[in-house]
Each structure stands twice: as C-alpha cells, then as structure tokens.
Design a protein around this ligand. Sequence first.
Ligand code: KG4
Ligand code: ZN
Length: 338
Amino acid sequence: MSELILGIETSCDETAAAVIENGCRILSNVVASQAEMHAKYGGVFPEVASREHVLKIIPVIHEALGAAKVTWKDLSAIAVTHGPGLAGSLLVGVNAAKGIALGQNLPLLGTNHLEGHIYANWLDAGLPYIEPEMQDVFPIVALVASGGHSSLVLMRGHGEYVELGHTIDDAAGEAFDKIARLLKLGYPGGPAIQRAAEHGDAAAFKLPRAQTKRAYDFSFSGLKTAVLNLVKKLGDEEIPVNDIAASAQAAIVDMLVEKTQLAVEEHDAKYVLLAGGVAANKMLREEMKTRASRPVLFPPPKLCVDNASMIAAAAWRHYRAGEKSAWDLDVVPNLKLA
Ligand code: KG4
Ligand code: ZN
C-alpha cells in the first residue's frame, strides 16, 4: 500500500515542500533557498525570511505536488515543522498546512524539526523503514548539529530520545558561520569553510579544543575568539584564509567526533547517526567513519540541510501510530527533542 505525506518546512530561511511515500521514498523534494538574499546581512534576517515564505509557500507546495505527479486527493496527511525555529517563519508553514488539512479533510501533524533531521537518515537509500528490521538499529548515538542546535542524543527506539549533552554556547553550524564571517568567506559559512579548507593546511594553526564540565557538552565560542584574535594579530599581513579555515574546521570536527565516540562506547551504540546541516561536512563524515567504533550513518548532503522530505519522514511514524495535531497547533520556537 502506498500512503503519501506532504511535508512542509519553513523554520528558517528555506521554503520547502515534499511528497514522501511510506515514510521513506521521495516522490518530490522542493527547496526554495533564500540564502542569497540573507548573504548581504551575513546571516538570516528574520522578517525578510517570513515575508519570503509568504511569497513562496504556495508555489513551492504546488511544485512539490506537480513533481510528484499527485493531486490533493492522493495525500494521506499533512506534516509541518512547528518548532524549533524562527517564530515568524514557522507561522507561515503552520498556517498553510492548517488551511490545506482543513480544506482537504486530512490529518495535520505538527513535527519537530530536529526529529526531521534525524529521520532524514531513513529516506531513500538510508535506513530501511520496514518492520522488524528497523528495530535492529538501536541504540543509536545521534549527533544533531545544525545552525541553531548542537547535541548528542541517545536513541533507544523510534521517537525515544535522551539528550546526553548539548552546546553551552554556539551551535556547531553557528561556529562555522561566525568563523566564515571573520574570514570574509560569506554566508552560509559551513560550505564556504569546507571549500576554503580544501586548499589549506589543517595543521597550520593550533586552535583550542574546549573542555567542558559535562563530558557530552560542546563549546565553540572559545574557538571563535581564538580565530578572531588570530585575524587581529595578523592585522595588515595577508590573512592565510585557507589555512585558518582548514585549522578551524579540524578543531570543530575533532570536538564533535571525540565526544560522539565517547558516547558510543559508554552506551554501546550499534550505530552512529549524523543529522543537521553540519552533517553535510565532508571532513566530519570522513573523520567520524575513521574514528568511530561503529558504522556511521548520514544522509546525502542535500538531505542534511533543511528540507521538507525529512519532516514527512519523521511524521510518518506518528501518523501510523494514529497521532494527529489539534487545530490549535501553535509554533514552538524553542521546541526540544527530548
Ligand atoms: O540544518 P540546517 O540547514 O539549518 C538549521 O536547522 O540550522 O543547518 C544549517 C547550518 C549552517 O550553520 C551551515 O553553515 C551548516 O549547517 N552547514 C555546514 C555545511 N553545510 C551546511 N557546515 C559545515 N560543512 C558543511 N558542508
Ligand atoms: Zn535544520
């Protein structure tokens, strides 16, 4: 049997819609990025983001239905990100989803963006979503690292999350973005640092790896300050941007991999799972595969960054359990996973 969920995602600066079959097969995945528009501000400008979502949301949804070759009548449910994210951005997606669900008499599923990032690993060629094999993958240690969030999560089963630790200051993606800004590499910073680092020497500068009180917490603000001081010290000299980018990327990756591996050992995880925009980082993927003592799962790069397929994938399990959201579903800008 084929059941289709329309996923909608507007938590930050991508307006996205996707049609997913049985929680794992992508029939369409449309993402309208505003990155270029925000680049001139060096980060996401919230009001500009909401207004863009208002303009794009209906065309993007129509495009997703068209690309999947389906009509409203073929859908089983509507899933939408209701947090975490920017309130004004989330509101656009949630209201569009409510309108469609009401008009088409379909269940509405308010979905957690972070659960979406995790479930991107179940899409297409990723983890099988067929009982009972899908239970064999737990426990999983998941590293969820995006622009607004960084944490280590123990998953004992579907939807069962225990947060082992989180960042005590900047998110990992935020660290990439801020360091890229210091190096005048543009926004978003992660891909820009990755590109510059390919031409740089990761051993050129010794940058700090922060110690935290709790074993599974992260801290990236000291690294950012170290890069700032380095750039200031070099002053009028020609800044070796590629070497600094490579050294900073190595420091971030080192911290992420070390703590993840520690958690894998302690909790005897079967798999390591990477999720969120930073999971697109090539060095992180390679280092994790080299240093983790268990197999490492990660989605293809375009499913690591914000998209709506992952929202429909996460919603699928809730839909099958008969869950649905009430019509007073609200946005929750600081929604937690656990
Ligand atoms: O998950 P995401 O698309 O949006 C949020 O939910 O925040 O993550 C965006 C973050 C940005 O900080 C971006 O710089 C980072 O992910 N990112 C990367 C890479 N691609 C995106 N960081 C490192 N390497 C990449 N290749
Ligand atoms: Zn995200």
